[in-house]
Design a protein around this ligand. Sequence first.
Ligand code: SF4
Length: 338
Amino acid sequence: MERKTITDTLQRPLRDLRISVTDRCNFRCTYCMPKEIFGRDYEFLGRDQLLSFEEIERLSRIFVAHGVEKIRLTGGEPLLRRDIEKLVSMLANIEGLQDIAMTTNGSLLIPKAKALKEAGLKRITVSLDSLDDATFMSLNDVDFPASKVLEAIDASADAGLTPVKVDMVVKRGVNDQDIVSMAGHFRNTGHILRFIEFMDVGSTNGWRMDEMVSAAEIVERINAVWPIEPVDPNYYGEVAERYRYIDGAGEIGIIASVTVPFCSACTRSRLTADGQLFTCLFGVRGHDMRSLLRSGASDEEIGAFLSRVWGQRTDRYSEIRSEGTIPLEKVEMSRIGG
Ligand code: SF4
């Protein structure tokens, strides 16, 4: 298939594909998969509803032919999907694909890091919301200790998946007291700690604006201890705002979807584990690609469908959030993979 670039109604090119390979997770983070909703009786996707590795690989080829350069594997928790390194190596063989990354909670990473790297994984992002076990356990709600995640970050570095990005979702009154201690821990490690403003993803995490700690406040708190300065983005559409320590101790990032929206350069598409294409993290309705795959559609037909969907894209949710026209039933983070 000939490679081409497709743009949406705001002239944003399709460059990134985030693939959720499972809607299951072994954590129950309160801002993503609260236990009250995702409890014992919750019906997760069945095996036959999930896209197979072959289906994911085929769709990825078509997305790459339409401009995608980077694929990120997400979940739920992607390492719950058996033999995930097999999928990584299938994707690594796609011509034109420049980067394969993964976002994980790190709980299953230690025995897998080396195999993922060997399979072709280029970058890894590990979520860690606090160094304090009591706080971290209250957030992941499965009593998983922070020390184990730190070991997983070390294992990723040993495997050559460097720099490791470490994502911290900051919630006021829950873990914002750990902003400076987290920054202190990752200074001079070469890893990039990124603070994420608490977002109203989905409709089950009970989001409130007053529980969100803004990027400006996070910068202020760190700058008061270790002076930092802004750095230019690495590339068009980069999500995190970059800052570096003036004393040379490294870099941090802030993902400020609420206070500094970045929709104008958003090049990201998302695929759920059951093959629904979403053009925004805060989307309400997906576009069914699995039925196309399973009804014998050709690559050209699927490509045309993708071009049509992306070509009609108008999403800029974070920019209009403050206008108050918020849809109720947004797709859940665990389904769309962040
Ligand atoms: S809110 Fe939607 S359009 Fe805006 S940056 Fe996020 S995913 Fe992109």
